[in-house]
Design a protein around this ligand. Structure first.
Ligand code: PRP
Ligand code: URA
Length: 224
């Protein structure tokens, strides 16, 4: 158990464009969805499958379906940027939510929301694009574990060494899948080189998000 870094030129291509500070939120969202597909492909590789019989137009044959007990759990809010890829790949998936917010100073996560389907004996795919100190991912795993899932897999976009080590220490049975293992964290807990604040870039809420000015500030030009 440990870290799997997705090794594919397309993953590197998409991540490079995500890292680019000039990539605006609409493009960022699309790139995040595409890259998540590649990460999830790797994350589900070892999931159990069940044998089924199917009738092709020509004859009966057997095939395998991925475990029907998959539950996706995005960590709010940035994990939402990865969810749609999972629901598109697995339309039958159940979805639970864990809301965590990291304090800017202590870097510790506080929990503000939790809505989870039954997890006992199920396979959970936990989604959060950034594994920085690891506090959020490890905290979410601790919450999920109370509900006794068969297994948790954690899919992220970028991992920092500190987060990978924390996960290995606190949740050694949780395999981590990422598009990159970055170098370090800065003094504010941001991943280096990283891609900045994923949630802000996804939802256009950062200070430099390029939001259009409020209508009121446009004077006459802003009225109907
Ligand atoms: C970000 C990110 C992770 C967390 C990672 O969320 O999406 O959840 O920080 O940092 P950690 O590994 O040090 O815990 P944030 O708390 O900024 O909330 P947001 O998703 O609402 O933007
Ligand atoms: N959260 C982010 O969105 N980015 C980081 O680099 C670290 C935590």
């Amino acid at each position: 158990m440990g870290l799997t870094v997705v090794d594919h030129p397309l993953a590197r291509h998409l991540l490079t464009r995500l890292r680019d500070v000039t990539t605006p939120p609409p493009v960022f969202r699309t790139l995040a969805k595409r890259l998540t597909v590649l990460i999830v492909l790797e994350a589900v590789r070892e999931l159990p499958t069940v044998e089924v019989e199917v009738e092709t137009p020509l004859e009966r044959t057997s095939g395998r379906l991925i475990s029907p007990d998959l539950v996706a759990v995005p960590i709010l809010r940035a994990g939402l940027g990865m969810l749609e890829s999972v629901t598109e790949l697995f339309p039958e998936v159940s979805v639970g939510y864990v809301g965590l917010e990291r304090d800017d100073v202590t870097l510790l996560p506080t929990s503000y929301y939790e809505k989870l389907p039954p997890l006992q004996g199920r396979h959970v795919l936990l989604l959060d694009p950034m594994l920085a100190t690891g506090g959020s991912a490890a905290g979410a795993c601790a919450k999920l574990r109370e509900r006794e899932p068969a297994e948790i897999r954690f899919a992220c976009v970028v991992a920092a060494p500190q987060g990978v080590e924390k996960m290995a220490r606190e949740h050694p049975d949780v395999e981590v899948f990422a598009a990159a293992l970055d170098r370090d964290l800065n003094g504010k807990g941001y991943i280096l080189p990283g891609l900045g604040d994923f949630g802000d870039r996804l939802f256009g809420t950062g200070p430099d998000s390029g939001l259009p000015p409020p209508l009121a500030s446009l004077g006459d030009r802003g009225s109907a």
